[in-house]
Design a protein around this ligand. Structure first.
Ligand code: ZN
Length: 310
C-alpha cells in the first residue's frame, strides 16, 4: 500500500458567508461568528469569518454586477483596473489580496464557502476535484461523523476548466451547498445543519494538525460532465420547465428516455443521453440566467491515498 501523503498543518482558515447575497444560511452564520467568534476557535489554528459580497448582501440579491463566484479567474484577477468594471471584479481582487494571492505561498491554507440552493441537494459538499487530497479527506470525515443526513460530494471542475470560485484563492477549500431553501429566506433546520457541518470540518482540521493519521479510503462522488440547458423558443425564452418526475430528484439516477422537461403546452421531453446520469442543481433559481436546468453528473468511486501532517 502506498505511503500516506504528507501536508503541512493548517494555520490560517477562512469561512465566507454571502458570496451570493441572497443565500441566507451562510450570511447569518458569518454575521453570527463576526459577533461571537468563540464557536470557531480551535487550539491549533485560527479561523477568520467574513462576508463575501457586502453590497449584494445589503440588497439581498445574488450579485450586483456579475457573479462573484465566477470571478476568481486569471482573466479577472490580473485585469487592469477600469472605471466601468463590475463591483465584483474589484471585490475579487481585494479578496484575492487578503486571502490569496491565488496559487501563492502566502495564501490562506483553507477557505470554506457557504451556499444555499433552491434545489433539493440536501447537505452537499463541493470540492473542485477528487485530486484535492485534504478536502476529500475532510468530506470523508464529515460523512462518517455528521450522520444526520447523507452528504453527497460534488466535484465541480470540468476537465480543462480553470477554477473560478472564491475558495480557489486559498490553498484548499470546501463549499457547502444546502437546500432546498428559497432565496432571501433563512430556515432554522438548514442553518443548524450548516453550523454543525462547519464544526465537524474544523474538528477534522484540528485532528489533522495534531498528527492524526488518516488512512486511505474509497469514496463515492459525483463529478460534473456538462450542463443541461432549458429548451427555448427561437427568441431565447424558455419553452419548457423541469418535469415533475425530475423535480427534487437531485443525485438520483436519470436514465436514457426518462422525462426531463414538460413544455408549457404539456408535451414531455425525454433525456436523449446514452448513459445513466445523476442530475444536481435541478431547477436552481439562480441558474435560469446561466442557461442551466441541471448539472449532468456521473457517479464514480475514487481511491484516495492516506494523509497525515508533515
Ligand atoms: Zn451560492
Amino acid at each position: 500500500m502506498a505511503a500516506s501523503c504528507r501536508l503541512k498543518p493548517l494555520s490560517r482558515v477562512a469561512v465566507c458567508g454571502g458570496t451570493h447575497g441572497n443565500e441566507m444560511s451562510g450570511i447569518y452564520l458569518a454575521k453570527h461568528w463576526l459577533r461571537d467568534p468563540m464557536e470557531l476557535q480551535r487550539g491549533s489554528f485560527a479561523v477568520k469569518p467574513f462576508l463575501g459580497n457586502p453590497r449584494a448582501i445589503e440588497k439581498r440579491v445574488r450579485y450586483v454586477g456579475q457573479d462573484l463566484n465566477r470571478t476568481f479567474t486569471t482573466e479577472f484577477l490580473s485585469s487592469a483596473e477600469a472605471e466601468d468594471e463590475p463591483y465584483e471584479v474589484v471585490l475579487a481582487r481585494e479578496i484575492n489580496q487578503t486571502y490569496g494571492p491565488k496559487g501563492s505561498a502566502q495564501a490562506f491554507d483553507f477557505m470554506f464557502d457557504l451556499h444555499n440552493t433552491t434545489a433539493s441537494m440536501g447537505t452537499c459538499l463541493i470540492v473542485d476535484s477528487e485530486e484535492s487530497l485534504l478536502p476529500m479527506h475532510m468530506c470523508h470525515y464529515i460523512q462518517m461523523h455528521y450522520t444526520r443526513s447523507p452528504c453527497p460530494v460534488y466535484l465541480y471542475k470540468l476537465p480543462g476548466e480553470e477554477t473560478y470560485s472564491i475558495n480557489s484563492v486559498a490553498k484548499a477549500g470546501l463549499a457547502l451547498e444546502l437546500g432546498p431553501q428559497p432565496q432571501q429566506v433563512v430556515r432554522a433546520d438548514l442553518f443548524t445543519q450548516m453550523k454543525d457541518l462547519i464544526a465537524c470540518a474544523l474538528d477534522f482540521i484540528e485532528l489533522f494538525n495534531k498528527g492524526t493519521v488518516f488512512p486511505a479510503f474509497e469514496i463515492e462522488a459525483y463529478k460534473i460532465t456538462g450542463r443541461m440547458d432549458y429548451p427555448c423558443y427561437p427568441d431565447g425564452e424558455i419553452s419548457a420547465m423541469v418535469h415533475l418526475k425530475l423535480q427534487d430528484k437531485d443525485f438520483l439516477p436519470l436514465n436514457p428516455r426518462d422525462p426531463i422537461f414538460q413544455t408549457f403546452s404539456g408535451e414531455e421531453i425525454l433525456y436523449e443521453g446514452n448513459t445513466t446520469i445523476y442530475p444536481a442543481f435541478i431547477n436552481e433559481a439562480a441558474y435560469y440566467e446561466k442557461k442551466m436546468a441541471f448539472a449532468k453528473m456521473e457517479k464514480h468511486t475514487f481511491s484516495i491515498p492516506g494523509l497525515q501532517r508533515e
